[in-house]
Design a protein around this ligand. Structure first.
Ligand SMILES: Cc1cc2nc3c(=O)[nH]c(=O)nc-3n(C[C@H](O)[C@H](O)[C@H](O)COP(=O)(O)OP(=O)(O)OC[C@H]3O[C@@H](n4cnc5c(N)ncnc54)[C@H](O)[C@@H]3O)c2cc1C
Length: 502
């Protein structure tokens, strides 16, 4: 039995803790914040309940596997309900499409109705290619520890796999091969943002993101997605994990040779000895702040070479009255998507001036019709998210006086111009900027997904789960295989496999 200390009680940290406890280890989780869950946050005020982070659950099999590996099945603890339609999309010219949940034929029919003959077949052909990419990459990449480019290519079973995955193509390029209608290409572009990336530079392999959503379904947790974090916490505690909040880790303690992790030191001065340390904190924070620079210089250099992922600007809107016919998820596309990515990453026309808040952003609204989230039947809460540059260096100073409220007004005006004007129904609003996310979760710059997938080498610049320091492992959205609820769960399974049973 090893003594394990997990730094951070995000979903990745909690999932790893539950798995390691089930393998027989003595596990303590140290979370700097006052509550667990990390980016799976919640805001409760005046009878309204808001998820402040995720609003869409995909690939629930990852969590079914976690619950089975640690005790009773997921469904014994948590109800999952499919969302249908998954999302109502509105393009800049007014075209709308409601994308149904997990039915190839209904999805094709929805595209045909919205865009005309051929659009359904185009999307189906694209999905078949995406399915082939999923088959070629799931086991060797997503479910295995990252071993570096050479090993990965060696693991690719056939040359045909390589041609299928086409690592030399961007997601945008792959879309252009299959999708004739510009609206479908815009729709595909959006999935790059699910890894915090730019579709013009992110790899074609991200075609698996819509494939997974449309094949294994889009899900909601009644009461809010936050309940998933609560359920994983409960499972971890059942298995004997000790979870400490307000336990801020100041450094990872190393042995005299500086090679092996031997515990952590809290900001209070307390030392917790450990045989294994699992860091769920953002990898950039781990390598830059929690370890001495000489401990893992190459990992730190890799992180500095990569482009950080984008952040998000969030509005939580408490609204009087209900909106008839409102979908669970709505996306209002901007007319110029490239300008959105150039604004967020400071590329193209903004290369010299740098990133800026997107003036005319694509807007995402999540408005679950869930009585548990509203004070009465005549009100509703909306979570509104737009892509945003990260905070601080290489991004925008989101704490600049006046910016948060001025930009919140701007987003509400953009929504109004696109047909969703709720300004006269507003009871109150809460604004969460990238700077707020950075403060709450210690994700440098408020980057949601650690490093982005921008560039051919991005997957290999992402920190591996086994760190160069003996006994130190990385779990969560900033390490391999990436961010988002499903991948974070996969990273916990990989780390548990690397540590092994007691
Ligand atoms: C606005 C938003 C919308 C999103 N939407 C979706 C979605 O719809 N679907 C989806 O699948 N994903 C979504 N995501 C992404 C998803 O939330 C994350 O990928 C996932 O929750 C990350 O979990 P994690 O465990 O890796 O990290 P985190 O949740 O960041 O947890 C890390 C934890 O470590 C703690 N910590 C850091 N440093 C220290 C320290 N020194 N000492 C102690 N503790 C420390 C932090 O406080 C934090 O609790 C969204 C994220 C955001 C922010």
């Amino acid at each position: 039995m090893a003594r394990v200390v997990v730094i951070g009680a995000g979903l990745g940290g909690l999932a790893a803790a539950a798995r390691l406890a089930a393998l027989g280890h003595a596990v303590t989780v140290c979370e700097q914040a006052g509550r667990v869950g990390g980016k799976l946050g919640v805001l409760e005020r005046d009878g309204f309940v808001f998820d402040t982070g995720p609003s869409l659950l995909t690939l629930p099999a990852v969590y079914r596997d976690l619950f089975l590996a640690t005790g009773s099945p997921l469904e014994a603890t948590l109800q999952l309900v499919p969302v249908d339609p998954v999302t109502h999309y509105r393009f800049a010219d007014g075209t709308v499409v409601d994308v149904p949940n997990a039915s190839r034929s209904r999805i094709a029919a929805a595209w045909e109705n919205a865009l005309g003959p051929g659009a359904g077949a185009d999307w189906t052909a694209f999905s078949e290619r995406a399915g082939a990419i999923w088959d070629a990459t799931r086991e060797v990449f997503l479910e295995s520890p990252l071993q570096g480019p050479r090993t990965l290519l060696g693991q690719a079973r056939r040359v045909r796999d390589l041609r299928t995955v086409a690592p030399w193509l961007s997601l945008r390029d792959l879309g252009a091969q299959y999708l004739r209608h510009p609206h479908q290409r815009t729709f595909l572009d959006r999935y790059a943002t699910y890894t915090g990336s730019d579709p013009r530079r992110a790899p074609a392999a991200l075609a698996t993101v819509p494939y997974v959503e449309q094949t294994f379904g889009a899900w909601y947790v009644p009461g809010g997605l936050r309940r998933l974090a609560d359920a994983v916490l409960a499972r971890a505690v059942e298995r004997g994990v000790v979870v400490r909040t307000h336990a801020d880790v100041a450094e990872i303690a190393l042995d005299a040779a500086g090679r092996r992790a031997v515990g952590v030191r809290l900001t209070s001065g307390e030392h917790l000895p450990a045989d294994v340390v699992v860091a769920n904190a953002d990898a950039a924070h781990v390598y830059a702040d929690l370890l001495p620079p000489r401990a893992a210089p190459r990992a730190l250099a890799g992180l500095r070479r990569a482009t950080p992922s984008l952040s998000g600007f969030v509005l939580l809107l408490a609204l009087r009255g209900r909106t008839p016919g409102l979908a669970h998820h709505t996306v209002l596309f901007a007319g110029d998507y490239d300008d959105e990515f150039d604004s967020v990453f400071g590329t193209g026309p903004h290369r010299r001036t740098g990133p800026r808040p997107v003036p005319d952003p694509t807007v995402y609204v999540s408005a679950p019709d869930d009585p548990a989230l509203r004070p009465d039947a005549d009100s509703e809460g909306w979570f509104v998210l737009v892509n945003a540059p990260r905070n601080g260096a290489g991004g925008v100073d989101w704490d600049a006086p006046g910016l948060r409220e001025a930009y919140a007004d701007r987003v509400l005006a953009v929504m109004a111009a696109r047909g969703l004007d709720v300004r006269d129904r507003l009871l109150w609003r809460e604004v969460r900027t990238p700077a707020d996310l950075e403060r709450a979760t210690r994700s440098p710059g408020g980057s949601i997904y650690g490093t982005s997938s921008n560039g051919v080498r991005a997957a290999f610049l992402r920190p591996a789960n086994r760190s160069p320091v003996d006994g130190l492992f990385l779990v969560g959205g900033s390490s391999h295989p990436g961010g988002g609820i499903p991948l974070v769960g996969l990273s916990a399974a990989i780390v548990a496999g690397l540590v092994g049973p007691a």
